[in-house]
Design a binder for this molecule. Structure first.
Ligand code: GTQ
Length: 359
């Protein structure tokens, strides 16, 4: 550069030129200048790139049934339509930490056995006669049932009924991937042999008792099946006996019966009752959440975006965005979030705002 050009520039522009030249040059040595890299960033609060987004069940179901014509569960391994947040196009993420998908198993089909280091949560949206087999025990699935596939357990699925079975899968895949801890293995045969009676695990761990010498370190997630009939009956009884929380309605967390901890180490699951006509107060917390509508119709407003929902719809509430729920009819929401990870690390925060319409 000729010296008169340099001399013709104001001093601050010159300094900027030198800084960016410096920044570029040190980049070659795998270095970055913190004061340049952070320029203009708001570091005072989380800013999730995830968008509030809804997948209407009628639409996804249509595509899923079409997929049922195109590919068998055996061929596909898992016949799943992935719910991809537009903010994470091509990355199979509903939120920064959670994967979500809708899985279809047709009558008579089975989906082959495998295991992986991700934990899976399933919530049954439609159909009877479906089952998942976890480490050789078949768990029969009805609508609204919540079932866990703990990480590194063998699992295959099937449908013994005469109608399609559809459920929501939520896995901690993005988180486990971020930590570079992904392992996966196929079982040498299509199905794991049945080595336990149906209902055995629920009998042992689901009746408010625990074997006398139970050691949680040997069996960190003893209970894997939470039938809707029981969870819904509990919500009904409580909703009849106590006023709803102004923000959440009546929100209950599924727990590990042996420890009282959240349902899984990485993902918490919740069932929430909103009375007819409920208008929730606005709220935010740092966790990111996938919600599936079990019953009723209503609307959630998330960071000013209004999402109308009905049965089977799935939507995302990204972390730290103000939101509130409104129920037209009596409604029940099932949801999964990454709260246990944030709480274990001392990072979880929440903020209540008060006022029904202050978004
Ligand atoms: O059912 O095992 O949606 O492994 C994604 C990965 C379901 C499953 C998914 C999986 C499964």
């Amino acid at each position: 550069m000729a010296s008169w050009e340099v001399l013709g520039k104001p001093a601050n522009i010159l300094a900027m030129d030198r800084q960016s030249e410096f920044h570029e040059r040190i980049g070659g040595d795998n270095l970055a200048a913190l004061w340049v890299a952070r320029r203009g960033m708001d570091l005072t609060r989380p800013a999730s790139p995830a968008e509030p987004v809804i997948w209407p069940y009628d639409e996804i179901r249509c595509h899923l049934i079409e997929a049922g014509d195109l590919v068998s569960a055996g061929e596909a391994f898992r016949r799943v339509l992935v719910l991809e947040n537009p903010a994470f196009k091509g990355r199979m993420q509903a939120t920064n930490t959670l994967y979500a998908g809708l899985q279809l198993v047709l009558p008579g089909e089975t989906a082959p056995c495998h295991r992986h280091s991700q934990t899976a949560i399933r919530f049954v949206i439609e159909g009877a006669g479906g089952y998942t087999a976890v480490d050789g025990e078949r768990i029969p699935l009805s609508r609204g049932d919540f079932v866990i596939t703990p990480n590194w357990t063998w699992h295959d699925h099937g449908n013994r009924g005469d109608a399609p079975v559809i459920w929501l899968d939520v896995l901690d895949t993005p988180l486990v991937g971020f930590l570079d801890t992904v392992f996966r293995e196929n079982y040498p045969k299509p199905l794991h042999p049945i080595i336990r009676n149906e209902g055995e695990t629920r009998a042992r761990y689901g009746a408010g008792m625990i074997p006398v010498d139970f050691d949680p370190s040997q069996n960190p997630l003893p209970l894997t099946h939470y039938p809707y009939a029981e969870s819904r009956a509990a919500l009904t009884a409580m909703a009849d006996s106590a006023p709803p929380d102004p923000t959440h309605g009546l929100k209950m967390q599924y727990t590990n019966p042996a420890t009282g901890a959240p349902a899984t180490p990485t993902m918490a699951a919740f069932l929430q009752h909103l009375p007819k006509g409920f208008i929730g107060q606005s709220y935010r917390s740092t966790e990111s959440t996938v919600v599936c509508v079990a019953e009723g119709r209503g609307r959630s407003t998330i960071d000013g975006v209004s999402l109308e929902w009905g049965p089977g719809d799935v939507f995302v509430v990204p972390g730290w965005l103000r939101h509130r729920h409104e129920a037209e009819d009596e409604a029940v929401l099932f949801s999964v979030s990454d709260r246990p990870v944030q709480q274990a690390l001392g990072l979880w925060r929440e903020e209540r705002h008060g006022g029904g319409a202050n978004l």
